[in-house]
Design a protein around this ligand. Structure first.
Ligand code: SAH
Length: 347
């Protein structure tokens, strides 16, 4: 029989487990604290539990533990990229970004990705599997332990489509923001999606206060289809409508991500069309100069075109920022470090 992945259990489930083991439910809170606050990696670390209970736990449960394979620090020291090995040997990447307002960690939600966005490195090797709740949590826990830095913000913008791993994602958010755990504020968590509409609507019903980011990348279906296969399944209007629903349900302002690709989606006409499409919505646009990957011929828009795109949106009174490029010297764009590691491994 396979062992229970104890770090994926919420407090109520952990209480049940202890009851099943014939132990006192209040022990659950102690164990939960060891796992989610003190970030213990071994049952033997749990020194306030009896030896008998620790042995019982060891025989029925396991503590997932990511192993760091590589760590790259950008020149300025503000971005650190971690490559972790999972228990089954697969690898994933996570990034620590230090900002004035605190430390942010970007995590992966799947190993590989099936969404197929044309400019994204995560999609090239295809989809391998969903990450478990504990594997998502562990990216933050390991980075906090290794770096000694408190993590205050989490963005689910690494490899994978988080809403394609919906149940694990929601449970992950609840455990991460649990007052008995790391207690990260829900408002400091952002989940980015390419736009799985039914899942956006479901997320709106979860009574969470997390920020939703939609990868828009185009002002219309025609351009969007050139970059994102998901646009064949859901049209842009329905994707935006689902975001409006999310806003109405949660009161959280929507972020639209827009990666600028030279000659594809960065023309003044695109900016004007985009402004018309989202006029009147309580939203924010994050312009991202596309990070070229060697497998594709897409080029980053020129600086002056990026600035011009921003100016046009501002003229229409749209909140817009250009994402600062961080850590390009260490392959910090989605999936690039993992990709180069896998390329080397298969040589
Ligand atoms: N699957 C989710 C989250 C992962 S990617 C999503 O699609 O939103 C996080 C963001 O980075 C997305 O907006 C994605 O489109 C963008 N992105 C991926 N590769 C990129 C690249 N090479 N340059 C710029 N943005 C990229």
């Amino acid at each position: 029989m396979s062992k229970t992945d104890i770090k994926s259990l919420n407090l109520a489930e952990l209480k049940e487990l202890l009851q099943d083991l014939g132990d006192k439910p209040f022990r659950a809170k102690q164990i939960y604290e060891w796992l989610h606050v003190k970030l213990a990696v071994d049952f033997d670390d749990m020194t306030n539990l009896s030896r008998q209970l620790r042995e019982q736990l060891k025989s029925s449960c396991e503590i997932t533990n990511l192993k760091m394979v590589d760590k790259l620090v950008s020149k300025e020291g503000e971005t650190t990229k971690f490559l972790f090995r999972l228990q089954d040997g697969r690898v994933l990447e996570s990034v620590l970004m230090k900002y004035h307002h605190g430390n942010s960690v970007c995590i992966s939600s799947q190993v590989g990705c099936k969404m197929g966005c044309k400019f994204c490195a995560s999609t090239i090797g295809g989809f391998e599997r969903n990450l478990t709740v504990s594997e998502m949590l562990d990216q933050i826990y390991r980075i906090q332990s290794i770096s000694g830095e408190r993590v205050s913000n989490v963005v689910v913008m690494g490899t994978g489509e988080p809403l394609d791993n919906y149940d694990n994602l929601v449970k992950f958010v609840r455990i991460l923001t649990d007052e008995n755990g790391l207690n990260i504020s829900q408002r400091n968590i952002t989940v980015s999606t390419c736009g799985l509409i039914d899942k956006i609507k479901a997320l709106a019903e979860e009574e969470l206060q997390i920020t939703l980011a939609l990868s828009l990348h185009a002002p219309n279906d025609e351009v969007r289809k050139q970059l994102m296969p998901i646009a064949e399944r859901f049209d842009i209007e329905s994707a935006i409508k689902a975001c409006v629903y999310y806003y109405e349900k949660t009161g959280r302002r929507i972020t639209f991500e827009y990666s600028l690709v030279e000659g594809v989606n960065d023309l003044p006409a695109h900016a004007i069309e985009l402004a018309g499409r989202i006029k009147g919505l309580n939203c924010h646009i994050n312009l991202i100069p596309v990070n070229p990957i060697k497998e594709r011929s897409y080029r980053q828009s020129e600086g002056k075109n990026i600035q011009n795109f921003k100016n046009i949106l501002e003229k229409y009174r749209i909140n817009v920022t250009i994402r600062r490029e961080m850590g390009t010297d260490i392959d910090a764009a989605c999936g690039q470090l993992r990709k180069s590691y896998m390329d080397k491994a298969s040589e």
